[in-house]
Write a protein that binds this ligand. Structure first.
Ligand code: ZN
Ligand code: FE
Ligand code: FE
Ligand code: ZN
Length: 265
């Protein structure tokens, strides 16, 4: 069983379960290691509905530190899912360096003011040029990589969530540019199984993009993006198959933002 490096908690306001419940679920499933990566607080007022408030962050940090110290199985790591959006640079780079994270996931959830992966705003997809929208997303992904703030790209092709997908050639072209910059930044990407629970019913990223990442020697890790304790390590057998199909032989392991590679089973 692979480590689960993408786990939320009730603190973000749209997940259920305390950290201890996720730890218990991991132990029951034989998951050797989990990393909490709840949505970062944003002191500039960015997207307050999907994240802990800045004054709640010390609770998150303390709970993570306590578990990290007191629980031996599974190994508990402490991380954060940090958004990239134009303007985040003002505080995010400094803040991420100040905190003692094991792992920082870099994710994009907005294109301009549109929360494009929120079911409540999914109807907007019917009114936009899908290819142009993906282009804009992948340009943002390139900028995310260029910041050097993050360790792992979260849910890389999440633009496919509601099945609005451009022709494969176009996707390959825009993904190639972003992946070049992800590789140059020394980042890894995750195999995020939450896409299997959405309309698209696919892991993020697609096999095609994963093969392109493999060609660039971009490491991978595994994440369920659990928002319920029962989602820990969700469909990791399928993710492992996908990794192997793309030619991967190793997975990334993190400690205090340092990475090493461990063979896949
Ligand atoms: Zn969430
Ligand atoms: Fe996310
Ligand atoms: Fe997440
Ligand atoms: Zn997520």
């Amino acid at each position: 069983m692979q480590a689960d490096y993408h786990v939320h908690t009730a603190l973000c306001g749209h997940a259920e379960g305390e950290m201890a419940e996720y730890v218990d679920a991991a132990r029951a499933r034989g998951v050797p290691e989990i990393c909490f990566t709840d949505h970062m607080p944003a002191p500039d007022g960015y997207d307050p509905r999907h994240r802990m408030r800045p004054d709640q962050y010390p609770l998150y940090r303390q709970a993570g530190a306590d578990l990290r110290r007191s629980i031996t199985a599974p190994t508990v790591l402490f991380g954060i899912e940090a958004d990239y959006y134009p303007g985040c640079e003002a505080y995010l780079g400094r803040w991420l360096k100040e905190e003692a994270f094991d792992l920082v996931i870099g994710s994009i959830h907005y294109i301009r003011n549109w929360d494009f992966e929120n079911p409540a705003e999914s109807a907007v997809w019917n009114t936009v040029d899908v290819t142009e929208t993906w282009r804009e997303y992948f340009r943002l992904l390139g900028r995310l990589a260029d910041t050097g703030f993050y360790d792992v790209v979260g849910h890389l092709d999440i633009t496919k969530k509601f099945k609005h997908i451009p022709p494969e050639n176009n996707v390959a072209d825009m993904a190639a540019r972003a992946l070049d910059r992800i590789a140059a930044a020394g980042m890894a990407i995750e195999l995020n199984t939450s896409g299997l629970r959405r309309a698209v019913e696919e892991i993020y990223p697609s096999l095609h993009i994963l093969k392109m990442a493999r060609e660039r020697d971009i490491p991978i890790c595994f994440g369920s993006d659990a928002h319920l304790p029962d989602e820990i390590a969700y469909a990791f057998d399928q993710a492992l198959d996908l990794a192997r199909q793309a030619g991967y032989t190793h997975t990334a392991r993190y400690r205090r933002r340092r990475r090493d590679l461990v063979p896949l089973p």
